[in-house]
Every structure is written in structure tokens, then in C-alpha cells.
Design a protein around this ligand. Sequence first.
Ligand code: ZN
Ligand code: ZN
Length: 220
Amino acid sequence: MRCRMRSNHCRLMHNIGTDIMHDFETLLRESAALHGHLCPGQVLGVRMSLLGLKSIGVDDPKGRDRKSIMVFVEMDRCATDAVQSVTGCSLGKRTMKFMDYGKMAATFLNLRTGRAVRIVAREEARNIARECFPAVTDPYAAQVEAYKIMPDAELFSAADVHVVVRPEDMPGRPLSRVPCARCGEYVQDRREQKIDGDLLCRPCALGGYYRILDGDRYAE
Ligand SMILES: [Zn+2]
Ligand SMILES: [Zn+2]
């Protein structure tokens, strides 16, 4: 896909209204503050979130609609912080689920209506960004500016999807709490594994990301 906007006219012809643009700049500032810097990921993440929320009929994600939204992020990159900043969803609230797919994509789910939309950043958007601002030599800076004004259809693909959220993945009090038969540590929300009749935590059952070196340093 080529730049439909032609460099000099990008800003004039973009499809974002002035009011929304004002909101957008505010959201981008907040997101850059949370993240620590302004980068293409912040712009992309804010745009992705605005599109996602609009697509599922949520317009007050941090207020009125805060209990009816869940986001599945498929990347642990800059844009993830922007999604958190705009939607108010977080790991700690259990409203943000991290799916470790390594893709610049996220699904926005309206828990009230079941409506869900998965949005993927287009790979071509990078090149279009460079075309839009040929005078900007820093490709990073060109991306920041271009992602602000490119139409949604050039930045993203989007599809309605069906998502099933298990009761143990919903916000609220933990549904269960059991001790691991091997390490004794407690496991919440049905994350335990049944192995030969024993309930084990995932690291004990499947192997974990860590290996304990010297045991509990506070043990007597
Ligand atoms: Zn960043
Ligand atoms: Zn264990």
C-alpha cells in the first residue's frame, strides 16, 4: 500500500477530527509520561487503543465502562504501555492479559456485550511513514509523526473475533487457593496441575523460569 496522502498534504488530509486530535495529543502525553519517553510505539499503541475501544462501543474506559473491558496484548513492547495508559487495563486488575506471541497486536473485549475486535499493526505502515515525511531523516521521528496522522486503515488491520474468558481469568476474588504438594507454595485461580493425583504448581509440574540455588535464606 502506498501513502495515500502525499507528503505535503498529510496533515491536511488526515481523517482525524480536531476534537479527537486534541484528545489524542492528551492521551499521547499521558502515555509517554507513563512509559518514560515518546516513541513510535506510544503513538501506535494510543491509536490502536482508540480504534479498539471505539470498535467495541466503549467510550469511558477508565470511568463508566471500566468494569466492562478486557484487553489481550500480544507484545511486551513500547505499545503495551500505551494500551495500558489509554484503556486503564492492567495486569494487576486482571483486565490486561499478556499473550506472548511477539506480535504487534491486541484484542479489545467488551465484557458486557461480548463484542471483541483484534487489531494488528500493518507491517507496511513503516514504509509509508518514511514516504510521508521524506524530509525527516530520522526514521524513528518520521514514524512518530506519520503514525499520528495516517488513517486507521493504513496503520491497522482489524477483525471481529470471538473470545472466551474462563471464570478463573476474570477480575474479582480468587476462585481457588491450594498448596503445591511439592514446594508448599500456594497457587490461586486454578493454575495448579494434577500430576499422578497430586496438585502441583506449574514450575514444580512443568519446570519454571527459575532454579532455586541455596534454598530459603530465612529458613532456620
Ligand atoms: Zn518506547
Ligand atoms: Zn510447587
